[in-house]
Design a protein around this ligand. Structure first.
Ligand SMILES: [Zn+2]
Length: 373
């Protein structure tokens, strides 16, 4: 296990690439953003806005675009800007978190009250529980099917409502270190990339004894031919504007002063209180990254802030040492109930996904073989 010289990301992160100076590609991408002509990018963005406003409104003259929306700082910032700075009428589309919580509901209500239409999609709970448990056991990730759902439902609605423009948040592969297929994929969302990198396989393959194809309707992405026929354009906001989760948080809490963060000042496993707050199962999702790849939620957050010059590597390292290993305590019982497991079964699965090349065992204690320095 080796770590990036600039941030704290290890090379165990899937698809990440390091250069000869042992710097990860999230850091080189972040550096390259300094050379981007952002004025030109903004002009490109304004041209798209103009194209949206001047489109043929024969089929739909009400909504200008779709924003896949969790109600968190990033998607709410995008929605707010599109509506109040660029004068569009976005339709907000939420694929329900696996386990809803009050904080998420509250922040979503807050933005709707500021003047938005939204559609909230709740999939068959029996099926989503089964899929979540299955992928937690098989892949150590309870959110695989949910990931497919948040990807497919906004596009399904774009087709059905005839709203051919979608604005996604950031291109994760370039922002956080991954495999960038080509320059274009940083601007226009390619579903094949999402399937390959995020979901792993096509949801059509998830049919089993107790799940049939129609149960999977919400997870299956529309046929590429239908997308082309409907001229669906899905853009990443991060291509047009310099992306920073911390800046988004500052923006939305300025616009919506009642926007809430976690009560006790920080989320389990990290030092931040403003990111990924709307699903009770998220704490387990990030904990499993720590188990599988040896980096936790504090590393993830620290790297993003180091890359945006919001903290030094040294400051980040201290926070990583302090918080990365924390157990997901908040909502733990709700998550076990959802996964239909007891604590012993849960930790059995956790340890099954522990990578022995990364972890060293002393009795019941596990230690990283190569902690960050
Ligand atoms: Zn790095």
């Amino acid at each position: 296990m080796k770590y990036c010289n600039k941030c704290l990301m290890p090379d165990t992160r899937p698809r990440i690439q390091f250069n000869e100076e042992e710097i990860c590609n999230a850091c080189t991408h972040s550096e390259s953003k300094k050379k981007i002509d952002w004025k030109l990018r903004k002009k490109e963005f304004l041209d798209i806005i103009l194209k949206i406003k001047n489109r043929d409104k024969k089929f739909n003259n009400k909504y200008d675009c779709i924003v896949p929306w969790s109600g968190g700082k990033d998607s709410s910032t995008i929605a707010y800007k599109l509506k109040f700075e660029y004068d569009l009428n976005p339709l907000l589309v939420t694929f329900s978190p696996l386990i809803l919580n009050e904080l998420g509901n509250y922040n979503r209500e807050l933005l709707i009250k500021a003047g938005f239409d939204s559609i909230f999609i709740k999939p068959n709970n029996k099926i989503s529980k089964k899929l979540s448990k299955r992928f937690f056991i098989e892949r150590g990730n309870p959110k695989v099917a949910w990931d497919a759902g948040i990807n497919s439902t906004p596009v399904q609605l774009a087709i059905n409502f005839k709203i051919p423009f979608i604005f996604y948040a950031e291109h994760g592969e370039s922002e956080y270190g991954g495999l960038v297929l080509d320059e274009k994929s940083q601007k226009l969302r390619k579903f094949e990339e999402v399937i390959e990198h995020q979901i792993g396989d096509h949801p059509e393959n998830w049919v089993s004894n107790d799940i049939n194809l129609s149960d999977l309707a919400m997870y299956i992405y529309p046929d590429p031919e239908i997308l082309e026929k409907n001229n669906i354009n899905a853009y990443y906001f991060s291509y047009f504007f310099k992306w920073s989760m911390f800046e988004n948080y500052k923006f939305i809490s300025e616009k919506l002063p009642e926007f809430k963060t976690v009560k006790n000042g920080k989320t389990d496993g990290t030092f931040t209180n403003f990111d990924s707050l709307d699903d009770k199962i998220d704490n387990i999702y990030y904990y499993m990254q720590y188990i599988k790849f040896g980096f936790g939620r504090a590393t993830r957050d620290a790297c993003r802030m180091i890359q945006n010059n919001q903290m030094t590597r040294k400051e980040g390292l201290e926070l990583v040492k302090k918080y990365d290993h924390e157990l997901p305590k908040l909502y733990f019982k709700d998550s076990l109930d959802f996964l239909d497991m007891n604590e012993i079964e849960f930790f059995d699965i956790v340890n099954k996904h522990r990578n022995n090349e990364i972890w060293e065992q002393n009795n019941n204690d596990f230690k990283l073989r190569f902690p960050p320095k």
